[in-house]
Every structure is written in C-alpha cells, then in structure tokens.
Design a protein. Structure first.
Ligand SMILES: NC(=O)c1ccc[n+]([C@@H]2O[C@H](COP(=O)([O-])OP(=O)(O)OC[C@H]3O[C@@H](n4cnc5c(N)ncnc54)[C@H](O)[C@@H]3O)[C@@H](O)[C@H]2O)c1
Ligand SMILES: [Zn+2]
Length: 343
C-alpha cells in the first residue's frame, strides 16, 4: 500500500493507494463516529465495511444525477436514519458520486466528515483528491459546490478491474495530463499502483499550494491549482459543444495535443515536445486529433466564454518554465492550431 499525504494544515489527510485499500476503511475512520452513511450507485458493486453501524444509500447515475435534488434526497435520508454531526459519509463511486456525496457531507448539519473511496481511474487520480465537491445546475456544470476536504481517500486499484474499458481510458486522459505537469518520463513506465500514487502526489502538491484556487492576484504562482486544467480549455469546449461523443478524458487528450501545437506556434516549445504530447496521448490509446467534422468556429466561440478567460483568449500552455497561464492569445493562432490537429 502506498500512502500519499495531502498537506493542508489541520485539514491534512492521507490517500492510500493499492489493491485492497477499501479494506482499510475502519482504520481511517475519524474518531467518535457511531454511524457511517455509504453513498454509492447500483451497479458499482464495491462493498465497504466501516465496522460500525452502517447503511447504504443509492443515488442515480450520470451527470443528471449530480444535482441538488439528489443532495436533498441524501440529506433527508441521512436525517431520517439519525446521522449526526459526529458521524461520517463514505462515498463509494466515480466522480459523480464523490462530488455529490462530498457536497452533501459539506452541507448536512453544516458539515460532517467524509471519506472518499473512488472506484474509477478518473476518480482516483483526480476527482476524489483535493476537496472540490459540488453538483450541476440546469444552467451549467459544477455551479454549486464547496471546498470540503475528506478525512481520507482510499484508492483501491483492485476495483478498477470491473470498470468498462472506455471509462478506464477516460481516466488515462488525466494521467497523460500529469505527465506534463511534472517531469513525466517515469510516469509512463510505472505499474498501475505507482502510477495512481504519482498522479495523486502531483495533484496533492498543487492542492497543498493553492487549496481554494485563488482567483486573480499573485495566487500560488508556479503551483496554481488552475494549472490542473492543462488540456481542459479545448477539452471543455469539445464537451460543451455536445455532439462529439467524447468521454471527458478523451476530450482532454485532444486538448493536450492542441495546447502543445498552440504553444509551439507561439514559440514557447520545440517540435520535439509537441511530438512528446502526441506520443504520450497515443500511447494511452487516446485520440490526438479533432473528431471528424469538428466546427472550429464554434469551438473558438465556446473557448472564448471559458470561465478562465480573463484577458482575450487565455490558455494553459507549456513553455520554457513549464506549464503556465498565458493570456491574450490571438484568435488566428488558435485557428491555425485547430487546423493542425484536424483529422
Ligand atoms: N471534484 C473534482 O475535483 C473533480 C475533478 C474531475 C472530475 N470531477 C467530476 O467527476 C465526474 C466524472 O467522474 P467519472 O469519470 O468517475 O464518471 P462517473 O462517476 O459517472 O462513473 C462512470 C461510470 O462508471 C461506473 N462505475 C464506477 N466505478 C465502477 C467500477 N469500479 N466498476 C464498474 N463500473 C463502475 C459508474 O456507475 C458510472 O456509470 C464529473 O461529474 C466531473 O465533473 C470532479
Ligand atoms: Zn479533467
């Protein structure tokens, strides 16, 4: 078992990574807990034993279940069961479950402790780490939420065996991202447990430096949490456009190659580094080009509305000092880069 600390002062916690990590639940349970509310989805089939009075609450699947109605349902069921402020919520599932149950934990009784047991690769390397919890509104994704750190995270790599292959590959899109946020070469060759632990450690470093993603101001400088969105500007635009049938990690994969091509056009990186992006992404069996028939004008329009756009078109781009936020990128360069990654 690999232990990765997330250092946040009195909100610090450990992430345990390895086969069978879910069986360590009793050990990481906060003191004083009498009851554990397990939140999961039908079909995940990952059981946990809190060693205390526990009850399982099922929520729906997909982005549409990640909403305020589900939060209300969960909180009402917690209340009827008698869950108190001293108890714990255990979220067992992918990012949809950990985001929703984590947010329910953040608001129930003004905050109860929670533990994440992420069961997707994306959840283990990204969604369950860092304390961002929240749900969607009809007006947009993740519009309501809270920073609410878990007491522990158990990344059990054994449970990934039942994950549909496409979900697994989607998680690899985030793994590819971490390659470029760190001296990545070693990451490619690591075995699964070490790979997950390394990704967690990289994310933990950013979260530790910039827990609440400081807006404006000098922020956390080289370790701004916003940099975790590398590859996501085009990735989100492809998802928002809606008609490309891409999983999140697939959209991010294309976004990573796009960001590299754009950075090269701006003279920030060499061609060899662009090739490295293509090689890493393709090595995870992820797409390196835009889907056929992609509408560049629409993508630019959506990217212009990206919430990270502060001045002109803003991107997170690689460069001589590593990945950083770059503002005022000319639309002509964006167009040219999109053309370069057209299938
Ligand atoms: N909070 C954050 O920092 C953060 C970061 C990244 C993503 N997210 C959020 O995460 C969500 C996406 O998460 P996801 O990709 O894990 O999708 P998901 O939670 O929808 O899970 C994908 C599917 O796999 C199923 N599944 C989960 N574990 C399984 C297992 N072990 N075996 C078989 N099936 C299993 C789920 O039931 C679901 O149908 C999005 O809502 C996104 O906004 C949050
Ligand atoms: Zn992502």
């Amino acid at each position: 078992m690999i232990t990765v600390p997330v250092s946040l002062g009195d909100r610090s916690y450990d992430v345990l990574v390895g086969r069978g990590a879910r069986h360590r639940l009793l050990e990481v349970l906060p003191v004083g807990v009498a009851r554990a509310a397990i939140v999961t989805q039908e079909g995940i089939g990952v059981g946990v034993d809190a060693g205390h009075d526990q009850r399982t609450f099922h929520m729906g699947s997909g982005e549409t279940a990640k909403d305020l109605e589900t939060v209300q349902d969960l909180c009402r069921q917690f209340s009827r069961w008698g869950l108190t402020r001293g108890d714990v919520v255990v979220a067992v599932g992918g990012g949809v479950v950990t985001d929703t149950a984590g947010f329910a934990a953040a608001v129930y009784h003004r905050g109860v402790r929670w533990i994440a047991v992420p069961t997707t690769l994306l959840g283990q390397v990204d969604a369950a780490i860092g304390g961002k919890t929240g749900v969607n509104l009809p007006e947009g994704k993740n519009l309501v939420g809270a920073f609410w750190q878990p007491s522990a995270v158990l990344c059990d790599t054994e449970v990934l065996e039942t994950l549909p292959p496409r979900e697994y590959r989607s998680g690899l899109g985030e793994v590819a991202k971490y390659h470029f946020l760190d001296e990545g070469e070693a990451l490619v060759d690591m075995a699964l447990d070490e790979k997950v632990a390394k990704c967690v450690a990289i994310k933990a470093a950013y979260v530790g430096a910039d827990e609440r993603e400081a807006v404006g101001g000098p922020g956390a400088g080289r370790r701004s949490r916003a940099l975790l969105n590398y590859g996501h500007t085009l990735g989100h635009a492809l998802e928002t456009a809606g008609h490309y049938d891409l999983r999140h990690g697939e959209a991010v994969a294309i976004g990573l190659v796009f960001a590299a091509v754009l950075a090269a056009r701006l003279g920030r990186i060499e061609g060899a580094r662009v090739e490295e992006h293509r090689r890493v992404v393709a090595g995870y069996d992820l797409p390196t080009n835009l889907p056929p028939g992609a509408d560049a004008a629409q993508l630019i329009d959506v990217m212009g509305r990206d919430k990270k756009a502060v001045a002109g078109m803003t991107f997170i781009l690689d460069g001589p000092c590593g990945v950083e936020q770059v503002a005022d990128v000319a639309v002509a360069d964006v167009e040219a880069a999109l053309k370069e990654i057209s299938a």
